[in-house]
Design a protein around this ligand. Sequence first.
Ligand code: SF4
Length: 429
Amino acid sequence: MNERDSQHLLAELQEKERYTLTSNPKEADLILINTCSVREKPERKLFSEIGQFAREKKQGAKIGICGCTASHLGEEIIKKSPDVDFVLGARNTSKITQVLHTPKAVEVDINYDDSSYVFASGQTMGIKALLNISIGCDKKCSYCIVPFTRGQEISIPQDLLLNEARKLAQNGVKELLLLGQNVNNYGVRFSAPHPKVNFTQLLRSLSQIDGIERLRFTSPHPLHMNDAFLEEFANNPKICKSIHMPLQSGSSKVLKAMKRGYSKEWYLQRIEKLHFFLQKAGISDVGIGTDIIVGFPEESDEDFEETLDVVKQIGFDTLYSFIYSPRPHTSAYNIDNSKLVDSKVAKERLERLQTLHRSQLSMRSKNEIGKIMEVLIENFRDDGKESWSEGRSGTNRLIKILGHKRKIGEILKVRITDTQGGSLFGEVL
Ligand code: SF4
């Protein structure tokens, strides 16, 4: 989501203010730090980064702080760091050209609605593009600061999305990654009257656009994984067979305390249903990803074992795992300190979880040998010793084809011949 916001910021500045991009802070006229506040550590790093850029920047250059920490800390950022010229919250990205010309501007209104704003399209087009389909989040997971930094959930009107997707396809984009805090809750609220449409219908409409060969999305919420959605996922050939299903914990007790709205049983049942529809559609391979938080307050050894149990049962392809980080505004933030999990215990749990996942992944990689996958070529690389084309399968595995220089954007049938760590190697059929 932040990456997409950065693209919007850049596109607006390029098109409306004639800025160009530099990665050298010493020659920049404007330095933007786009921040995350999901965990505490990056937020702490912000002020040292501001200090560093303030020392490096050329005279007269501006510093702007954007994103979720901007929403969260607002004016406090300028009070603490007078070198900052403006603060622009995550929900206010479309105001970038406005704050640029307003000394010490602070625009952090989380009720601001730019869901119908048409951002400049930017100058860098590749074969893959990000597309925001909604802003904000209505859930109140007890550990999560996002609803307090990105506000209420509002879907972006379908006609804007289809127009944008058509434009992207005309510019050579083949794969779209749809973004939202809860993508599969799409269509629940629009800021103006709008024909009824849900995520499944949106996927269907997007997949009818000529030139768009692949659709991915992140993140769906397990709670909204109804049968119609899972059936569309399985049957629509343009939807990549990789899905991110944030578990957070395998213990129903902890899930309840996290206010996730589903139980371990519901989650496993949804996965079972997913496999059912895939099997019915004759598809044997799917990549499943997840997020897990360990050390949530009062997570017992038994609760953690339940998380390991789900991980063992499902065999996730990707796993983003973190130790619980208390965030202000959230309901879990007020939990009594005595209920927090000891940091050493939390670290051990994280280590065990990641070790399990690594071993599952390497086993899974070995099982991929001999399989035939469709790979969208994204890059050509040469390290001086070897050259290779690389791209991703529908299941989101990175595949290298040694000695081949293929056209970027080609979709090729590739037989997997070898694995090294998490990487797969293949040959073109
Ligand atoms: S669904 Fe929960 S975890 Fe995800 S953004 Fe919303 S509040 Fe945060």
